[in-house]
Design a protein around this ligand. Structure first.
Ligand code: NDP
Length: 300
């Protein structure tokens, strides 16, 4: 069997298109322009690229992008003050603090200071708790993107056996909670899991968020299953001197066994920013007492 390719890049482009239409209607009918504030502290080159891309795509769908780039030596108190200002600013509906933060700043205190209804990353304990309780919440963008691809591929997920590989707060745990909410039977595996290959072999849905290049081989995967690869690793070819991005899944092997598979790049990655924009649209509607579902996001 040769797997069909789940084209996250095309799906995300369609989502952004649909969000742009929703944003334009929101402006026309209610005079509201969604605004996303992104806060970056320090000079991490990868974070600077992420923030630039987020700002560009925010503008492309007709939203306003507010970028706050603070120096590395910013104190926790100064950062908390900025968050309070953004929390109270009616033009900024979404607020995202780019992680990781410099070591002298306590990440948890910063995340907890964000107003839950502006928390477009879905990391605030209130949103984490609501998601775990199966209630409406701001959902972290990467697992939300994975869920949308899965539902697009499979329709109803009810009754499916799913395995989430990885238990981080930003991907693994929220992914498991989302799949539970869709009535899957969910296993969460991690570095201490025994008989990992056997667990992988028996599921209909495998979502991997580990960060180990090409770890999942063809014989790990149940024939016909759907494989979502969240992992991003940069590997270096010592012969050519060039680097390239690969996922957790050995694509050449697994694509011969699975029913459907996301490529890396071009699978989950583009969905993350599209879901950030969907969350920002939703926040701007809900703050104004409007329903905030875009054409491509389901009721959450
Ligand atoms: P973390 O490092 O926080 O978590 C990795 C998880 O993988 C941990 O739960 C860890 O287990 C588990 N793990 C590590 N090694 C093994 C192993 N050999 N066998 C089984 N489990 C293992 O990573 P993140 O969740 O933040 O990210 C995961 C990957 O997803 C990374 O490659 C990251 O770059 C990528 N990513 C991609 C995004 C996108 O937009 N596409 C967005 C976010 C992340 P334990 O808990 O026991 O240590």
């Amino acid at each position: 069997m040769v797997a069909s390719v789940i084209d996250g890049k095309a799906f995300a482009a369609g989502m952004r298109n649909s969000i742009a239409g929703d944003v334009s209607r929101l402006k026309e009918q209610h005079g509201i322009t969604p605004g996303l504030a992104v806060v970056l502290v320090g000079q991490d080159p990868a974070s600077e690229i992420y923030v630039r891309n987020k700002a560009r795509m925010t503008r492309e769908v007709g939203m306003v992008s507010f970028r706050h780039h603070l120096p590395q030596h910013t104190t926790q108190k100064e950062l908390l003050q900025l968050i309070e200002n953004i929390n109270n600013d009616p033009l900024m509906h979404g607020l995202l603090v780019q992680l990781p933060l410099p070591a002298h700043i306590d990440e948890e205190s910063i995340i907890t200071a964000i107003r839950p209804d502006k928390d477009v990353d879905g990391f605030h304990p209130s949103n984490v708790g609501r998601l775990a309780m199966g209630k409406s919440a701001m959902v972290p963008c990467t697992p939300l993107g994975c869920l949308m691809l899965l539902k697009d591929e499979l329709g109803s997920l009810a009754g499916k056996n799913a395995l989430v590989l990885g238990r981080s707060n930003i991907v693994g745990k929220p992914m498991a909670n989302l799949l539970l909410r869709e009535h899957c039977t969910v296993t969460v595996a991690h570095s201490r899991t025994r008989d990992l290959i056997e667990h992988c072999n028996r599921v209909d849905i495998l979502v991997s968020a580990v960060g180990r290049p090409s770890m999942i081989k063809g014989n790990w995967v149940r024939p016909g299953s759907v494989v979502i690869d969240v992992g991003i690793s940069r590997i270096h070819n010592s012969k050519t001197g060039k680097g390239r991005i690969v996922g957790d899944v050995d694509y050449s092997e697994v694509s011969q066994v699975a029913g459907a598979i996301t490529p890396v790049p071009g699978g989950v990655g583009p969905m993350t920013i599209a879901c950030l924009l969907a969350n920002t649209y939703r926040a701007s509607c809900q703050i104004h007492g409007l329903k905030g579902e875009t054409g491509t996001t389901q009721e959450l």
